[in-house]
Design a protein around this ligand. Structure first.
Ligand SMILES: C[S@@+](CC[C@H](N)C(=O)[O-])C[C@H]1O[C@@H](n2cnc3c(N)ncnc32)[C@H](O)[C@@H]1O
Length: 285
């Protein structure tokens, strides 16, 4: 059901509930109880995410399945694999594409990546945090190939969602994900078979995927480049600030963080970053 169709309060909902034709927002305490259960049962900690947004999304699902309470819905997602997958998918939106906001990627390729590679040489390492189905980390790997980086220059790609990581590892994409990929890159870095594009082994070999929850797991250190794009939009301001502080600690001095095109790091000075250009921040040396 499209999000736009959700109605909160006591508005009419048609016949989804038989004789009961109104939908009331469920109590906040039940939502908080549900979050604790989800944490215990699925190891998914949703505190830190914008609560109204999460509550709204879950209640759309509760209604869709004809359930009347968080308890009934929890019972469903514990025993029904399909409902469980849908729940996890809905809360961690995976939309992505290769070279999302392409002009920023060309800026990275032409201005910053050559400098970072020169400074770090074979030890270069990037982190794509919240990498979804792999388009973002493979985009960096393609640029590394393009700039003839040593084969030891690697990309760590992480996401909370193990299903999406399985898809990412396959490296298999349809045209939709590839709209921003220049024609010559398509030829050089993809194999085309039966309507699908497969990331070539030399690009794949640069990327290492693993599950990582940004809100729970420790961060590695010493990155030359961190991409965290279109992920923190789901988080509350306090969580976001804390996250950017940890990203800054994970960069080596002179390293760069690349954020999404609707995102800003407001507290950049306090956490030791400087603005390079919109959407790029550098750790002060
Ligand atoms: C909209 S996608 C962004 C993909 C890519 N970075 C881009 O900009 O195209 C957001 C990704 O963040 C992941 N995510 C959400 N919460 C997360 C968390 N706590 N830890 C790690 N990844 C998370 C989701 O699973 C999803 O794949």
């Amino acid at each position: 059901m499209p999000l736009g169709n959700f109605q909160s309060g006591n508005r009419k909902l048609g016949s989804a509930f038989g004789s009961e034709n109104t939908w009331k927002e469920l109590p906040y305490e039940d939502f908080q109880w549900f979050l604790q259960e989800v944490k215990k049962k699925f190891n998914l900690d949703l505190t830190g995410y914008k609560p109204q947004r999460v509550k709204r999304r879950i209640e759309i699902l509760i209604r869709k399945w004809g359930k009347k309470s968080y308890k009934e819905y929890l019972d469903l997602i514990v025993r029904d694999e399909k409902a469980q997958k849908e729940f996890l998918d809905r809360l961690t939106i995976n939309v992505t594409e290769f070279f999302r906001n392409p002009e920023k990627w060309w800026e990275l390729r032409d201005k910053y990546l050559p400098v970072l590679l020169k400074e770090s040489g074979p030890r270069f390492k990037a982190w794509s945090a919240g990498c979804s189905s792999g388009e973002e980390p493979y985009s960096i790997a393609i640029l590394l190939e393009e700039l003839r980086a040593p084969s030891t220059a690697k990309v760590q790609a992480t996401d909370i969602d193990i299903n999406i990581l399985a898809k990412a590892r396959k490296g298999e994409y349809d045209e939709k994900s590839l709209v921003n990929v220049p024609k010559n890159y398509l030829q050089k870095y993809f194999d085309y078979r039966n309507g699908l594009y497969y990331v070539k082994p030399n690009v794949k070999a640069r990327v290492n995927f693993k599950r990582h929850n940004l809100l729970q797991d420790p961060f590695d250190k010493g990155f030359d480049l961190i991409l965290c794009r279109n992920v923190v939009i789901y988080f509350e301001m306090k969580t976001k600030e804390e996250l950017y502080r940890k990203f800054a600690e994970s960069l080596r001095p002179g390293g760069i963080i690349f954020v999404g095109s609707t995102e800003r790091i407001f507290n950049y000075r306090q956490i030791g970053l400087e603005v390079v250009s919109p959407f790029f921040y550098r750790k002060v040396k």
